[in-house]
Design a protein around this ligand. Structure first.
Ligand SMILES: [Zn+2]
Length: 454
């Protein structure tokens, strides 16, 4: 099982997948002094390295419901640990058992403030059941198994109905302002749309008054209620100077695939920046920031991101550079350091096998190693860190990343099929919305229903 921890900056994340990355801003340097080596911080529990405990105030207004559950919510800028410890009766050992039980299944970098959970303790003071329900359709459940006394994970996802809508408008000043002015555009839709379109349109020089944009949004409903996390599956921009540009959403078979993103018709990824992901599957078992170390239990600063995955899965360099260190240490295990052109460095720890040597030049998204469980860990994962040219640790999830520059081979074939489906959806939705508009306008002319195939 991967290691334990919780961190900050979670409530700022948007949707799962690459969407949140598209809207991300540049990393802010951490408060940890420059020059500390990754394994020192990774270990957390070395004498003198552990940081002081912050006292957590109990929320004594939380009462057990008829089934014995006490309800809690994720707190802004805090992880599960803090939110759990606020509840009466919940102790650190309970919180750690719960976090260790769900980290393999819940991406810990994606939890957001306000999301709900509930926990039921037994008379003996053990966690009997824990349920995390980040939205109205998703339930992550941990239940004590009487057979072996361990918490067992299961999940439940309610079936949803998908509905589509087109948002289209004219730009008066900027695209961003046009999006802000609309009530049907959420902050996330705005951020993703800006992120996609700024990759293909130079807004600074080419945007003109009267330019048009069009977005196809996929909403999911459960029992008539909108589920959070609407997706943009298509966006286009038509400008007097900019010309016509389209972006399509690609969905890989695995919902956690690093390829899930928006692309041009030609399969070019529309993710701003030169950063790329070091893994194929994006599942964060421990985010950047304060956390409790899985092995030592001490609170310490986690100076990178842990991606969970099986031993042997590929690890990629995120940008071109030179391998400056290949070594094995007690804490970081097998590890690689790459220095990039701007003198920033990336760190890859707990590896299984090395595929490069010290001094090797590497390209973007070149396989450099395989994922492992070497060093001081509780399970296989990649610890990935980024150090700024000044030597400060950056939050890799706040860097704008890119999954892949181009869809090729079988993925491109699948994408072509998906583009066809999206185009059909776009046309159907446009027709339906036109019908609705005309219907609302009043008396229908002869042949109105027939015209729309009704
Ligand atoms: Zn780590």
């Amino acid at each position: 099982m991967p290691d334990n921890g919780s961190g900050q900056d979670k409530n700022e994340s948007a949707e799962k997948t690459i969407d949140n990355v598209e809207s991300a801003v540049e990393s802010e340097p951490s408060s940890i002094p420059a020059g500390s080596s990754p394994e020192e911080i990774e270990s957390g529990g070395i004498e003198g390295k552990a940081l002081p405990e912050e006292p957590i105030e109990k929320d004594n207004s939380a009462m057990a419901d008829s089934e014995g559950f006490i309800h809690g919510k994720i707190i802004p800028n805090k992880g599960f640990e803090e939110a759990l410890l606020k509840l009466p009766g919940v102790q650190l050992s309970h919180a750690m058992e719960i976090i260790n039980g769900i980290r393999e299944y819940v991406d810990l970098s994606q939890i957001k403030a306000g999301e709900d959970f509930k926990v039921r303790l037994s008379k003996e003071g053990k966690v009997e059941e824990f349920v995390f329900y980040p939205d109205i359709i998703t339930f992550h459940i941990l239940k004590r198994d009487p057979a072996d006394g361990k918490l067992k994970y299961s999940s439940k996802i309610m079936p949803t109905e998908k509905r589509y809508r087109i948002i289209e408008d004219e730009v008066i000043t900027t695209l961003n302002q046009a999006l802000i002015d609309r009530e049907d555009v959420t902050r996330n839709i705005r951020a993703v749309t800006n992120g996609i379109l700024e990759c293909i349109v130079s807004f600074n020089t080419d945007a003109r008054k009267g330019d048009k944009f069009r977005i196809l949004v996929e909403d999911r409903f459960y029992n008539g209620q909108l589920v959070t996390g609407s997706k943009i599956i298509y966006a286009s921009y038509e400008g007097k100077r900019a010309g016509f540009h389209e972006a399509f959403r690609f969905e890989d078979a695995d919902p956690k695939s690093a390829f899930n993103a928006h692309y041009t018709k030609e399969g070019k990824a529309l993710i701003p920046s030169a950063m790329r992901l070091p893994v194929d599957r994006v599942h964060v078992t421990s985010p950047f920031g304060m956390r409790r170390h899985p092995v030592t239990g001490a609170r310490a600063f986690h100076n990178g991101v842990d991606y969970g995955g099986p031993v042997g899965s590929p690890v990629y360099s995120v940008a071109p550079g030179k391998v400056v260190e290949v070594k094995t240490t007690a804490y970081g295990g097998k590890q690689i350091t790459i220095r990039h052109q701007d003198n920033s460095e990336t760190y890859y720890l707990h590896l299984h096998g090395f595929l490069v040597k010290s001094g090797s030049k590497v390209g973007p998204r070149q396989r450099i190693a395989t994922m492992g469980a070497s060093g001081r860990v509780t399970g296989p994962h990649l610890h990935f860190g980024i150090k700024s040219p000044k030597g400060e640790w950056l939050n890799p999830l706040k860097k704008r990343m890119i999954a892949t520059p181009q869809l090729g081979g079988e993925k491109f074939n699948v994408f072509k099929g998906q583009m066809k489906d999206i185009t059909a959806l776009l046309n159907d939705t446009a027709k339906y919305q036109e019908w609705l508009r005309k219907y609302d306008e009043g008396p229908q002319p002869e042949g109105f229903y027939e015209e729309y195939g009704l």
